[in-house]
Every structure is written in structure tokens, then in C-alpha cells.
Design a binder for this molecule. Sequence first.
Ligand code: G6P
Length: 613
Amino acid sequence: MCGIVGYVGDKQAYPIIIKGLKRLEYRGYDSAGVSIGNKDGILVLKEKGKVADLEAYAADRDSTGSIGIGHTRWATHGVPNQVNAHPHLSGDGKLSLIHNGIIENYDSIKQTLISKGHTFKSDTDTEVLVHLIEYFKEKEQVNLFEAVRLALNHVVGAYAIIVMEQGINNEFIAARKGSPLLIGIGKGEYFVASDASPIVEYTREVVYLGDGEIARINKDEELDIKTIANMSKTPFIEELELSLEAIEKGGFSSFMLKEIFEQPKSVIDTLRGRINPETKEITLGGISDYEQKIMNADRIIIVACGTSWHAGLIGEYLFEDLARISVEVEYASEFRYRNPIINENDVVLAISQSGETADSLAALELAKEKGATLLGICNVVGSSIPRLTHAGSYTHAGPEIGVASTKAFTTQIIVLTLMAIKMAHKKGTITMKKYHEIITELELIPEKIEKILKKNDQIEKIAAEFKDATNFLYLGRGYNFPVALEGALKLKEISYIHAEGYPAAEMKHGPIALIDDEMPIVIIATKKGNYDKVLSNIQEVKARGGRLIAIVTEGDKTVKELADYCIEVPDCLDELSPLLTNIPLQLLSYHIALMRGCNVDMPRNLAKSVTVE
Ligand code: G6P
């Protein structure tokens, strides 16, 4: 949700900021803007649309200056237009601010400021914040650092901000609460960004600003950090592990396609070092101190959003089926507001690619208050969820930039599988034979995914047949029911075709009424699931004229006779089949979206990292 970048040093700020904004565009892309400081003051350039639109707009402007801030927006307050785009200026035009997050009490602050003579140009909560800072600066006659601190003491909500001041071209102020922000330390220069991708090509030394911290960032000085409560903090410098190649397209036409094709490698990276090659024992270092707690938990409550929630559902099947631990899977946004019963014997597990999703974070905060043990499965190292939880495991899938989640989902299932069989093994709820069977199968998953990716051309042809459909139904049972949900979500997200995922057997209680000879139905009918039952569901669809695309096990003959199109996946244990069946559905959505002229990496209205409620 919104990406922010800042640079202060001796180089030209504008190109660094534009490049950084392009890397952060996955966080929002309805408008963009920059403020550049130079001897003439602050130049503000803003435009509706993507960063490329801003670049075109700014092309013939003199953007010289070695301090600057930039923003790419996902609108919350105020429609996406030039006026509402960030940066926003104070009333006197001397302060310029960019913001990621939401100021919840902006309206009451705005009314107070209006009563004191302030006038506002935009509909945003952000403009209110910069006016509030200006108000304190004048009223208390303090410097910007102190004015930001005083203002933030009156703010309720989430923010990552950078504020710069006219005439001060060697320093700006950054602060965060609830939204991510890190500071890259160069030689005589600093970089600030929502994630590491705009920073990594310049420096590997970073400081993750803590919640409720404010930094004075002066190019000629050490970082000066204090809390909103005015306590000094010593910066904790960390080394970035991210590589530059990982955040570039590497010859693919889109990040989504790259990330789909990366999955064999992502799975290997997720498994790396976690299965002992001789004993086959699983080590998940991040949760080792909490294994007893998980084993003896009354329940595991999984909280997540979007695709990560679908991975959570697969986790439920895995933990209950294999480790006999009771699991509830909750939409984080619902969980936090329904007064849930949580106690000290519960383990609350948040699954999140970004590690920043506001609803998931808030659900964890609630669980923390109630004394539960908090675990996380996240992809972004150092993000907020891993910082909040007691323990957890990273997916190590590498940066996922396409807004529609692909490799993060697959690797979340891998980590859930490792956790579940580790617990099952410790509890003795599966036999050694079964344990070894699952491990052997897990190690074969990368090559099996590779085999499915070779069917890309076949899947593209099927996509061409269905690209003009207006509705899709996705059906699956057991372990593959969440895959049906995820398949439908993927299609909706990137192609804007309405799609529903359903448990195949539930179809007869409603969605069957939708089936006619126009309706494509994607059904997962692999051999080891409830195959016979799914066959009956296929018959029910056929009897009503639906057009069937079936995901089947290699060599299947029965479904082939019934379905219009079959996509084969290699044979696999039922428990691990989502790792395979999910792949053709990603490719199907990808090709359909592309054929419909949609931007697969930046689908309309969506953002990758949802840091607002
Ligand atoms: C957004 C993204 C989805 C993602 C969801 C949860 O809606 O567009 O792809 O699944 O957020 O994000 P998280 O980072 O918590 O997994």
C-alpha cells in the first residue's frame, strides 16, 4: 500500500527516486510524485497513473537536486488524481511530506486545524499530517525533528513518512508506526524506502526503523533516532541479503511469469538445510524453541489474508490430518473484530508473504494481548510480522513482485508441510514409513513442478479457448479445495473475469444453477484424492453442458473421456498435490489475463502489500 523512497547525499536524487519508485510500484500505482530540494526551494512533481506517467510529465522539467522524496500511491482517502497524489505540502509550502498508511483521526485533526485558519487542497489524510507538523513547528518554535515528534503524538493510525524542509538540503526526517521503513547507509548519503529493493544496488548496510521511531537523517552525520516518547535509540545496523538479480525480470516479460517459472528453485530454497540428507530429520531453526508449545497447543489458529489464507486452509488439512492438532483458519480482518476466544494454550500462526499486512498484524497484536504464542510464516525477511512473533519460519522464496501471489503460495505450503510432519513425527501420529514417504515426495516436488511448467504451451492454447468467458467455476475436494479457491482468486485478480471456487460436492447446493454450455468449469481430479467422488461431480457438470477443464494425474484415461480439456500433473501423494495442481491454474490465469490485454503484474485496484485495514 503505497511505496515511499527518499535520498539525501551528493548524487542527483531524481533518478535514484524514480528507479526506486519503479521497484516499489507493486505497492500501489494509481498516482506518483516527487519532491526535490535545491537552492531554489522544493520542486514538486506529481501525476495520476504509473511512475512512467510521472516521468513523462517531468521530462522537460529541471529536476536537479541532491535531496528528494518520492511516492507511488494506492488511494485510501481521496480519488487517484494529481491533487491527491503525494508529496503534500504544508500551508506555507515549506514542508513536503510523503506517507504510507492511514491517519485514522485525520478528520478531527483537520477540523481543529481549519478552526485555526488552515486550508486544504486535497482530500487526503496525509495533507492533514503535514499541516499538523507545520502547526507544531510554528507554535512551539522547534526544529522539524521535534515538530514531527510532537505531531505524531497526536496521530492515531499507521504511517511511514518522510518529511523535508525548504532550504535544508542535507537532511530530512523519517518516522514509522505500523508501515515498514528502512534506511540504507551509504558514504555521505542515505536512502530511505518501504522495502530494500530501491536500496540494494547502492548499499547493503541498513537500519530497520522500529515502530514508533523517528530518524533525523543528515548526509554528513550519524543517524539520529528517537522514539515518539523522546527516548534516544542506538541504530542497529543490519546487512541486506537481497540480491539485485532477484528483483529484476531476468528476461521474462513480467514478474508474474518469472515468479511462476522460478517455483522449482523457490521450493529448493525453502527446503534448503531443513531436511537432513542422511537421517531425513527436519530442522526448522526458527521454531525449534517452540516445538513443545505447538505440539501441546489446544489449537493452532491460522490468521491470514488473500492467497496466504488459502495456504492456511491447506495448513489446516495438513496439521489435522497428519499431526492431529486442531486448527482454525481465520480471515485476519474478521478474527480481530469478532471478540475471539483465545487463551494461553493457543498458538496463533500468521501467514503472510509481505509480513506487513495490516489485518494480519492486528490479529497478532490481539492474540498477544490474550497471551497466545505467536508464530509467523513470512517471505520478507525482517518485516513486521517476524518482528512481532515469538518464532517462525521464513519461506525464502526471494522477492515476489507480481501483485498476484504465486511462488509465495507454493513455498508457504512447503513450510506448512514441514511444520506439520515435524509435529506429526514428534507426536507419533504418523508412521515412520509415512514420514519418509512424505519427505521423499517433498524432495521430488521441484522436478515435478518443472515438468508441469513444460506444459505452458498447451495451457496457453486452452486459455485462448476460454479468454472471453465471463464466469468461471473452480472445483476441488479435500486438499485441493483450497487450490480451487486460489485458482479462482488468481483469475479474478488479474483477468477481471468473475470466478468462484467451491468444494466440488457443494456445487449441487447452489453453483450448479449457473452451469450452462457457456460456463467453463475447472476441476481438480487427481487420482489420490476423492477421485471417485470427483468423477461423479464431473458427470453432474457434463449432464448440464458445462465446459470442463480438468487437472488430472498423468496417464488418467477416465476423466479424459469426459472433460473437454485435461492438463496432466505428475502422480503425487494427496497431501502434497496442491503443490502441483496449483501450478497449471496460475498459468491458465496468466495467459487469459495476457490475452485480455491486462497488466498481470499490476492488476487494477490491487496492491501487493496491504498496510491499511
Ligand atoms: C494482497 C495481495 C495478495 C496477498 C494478500 C495478503 O491482497 O494482492 O496477493 O495474498 O494481500 O498478503 P500477504 O503479504 O499478507 O501474504
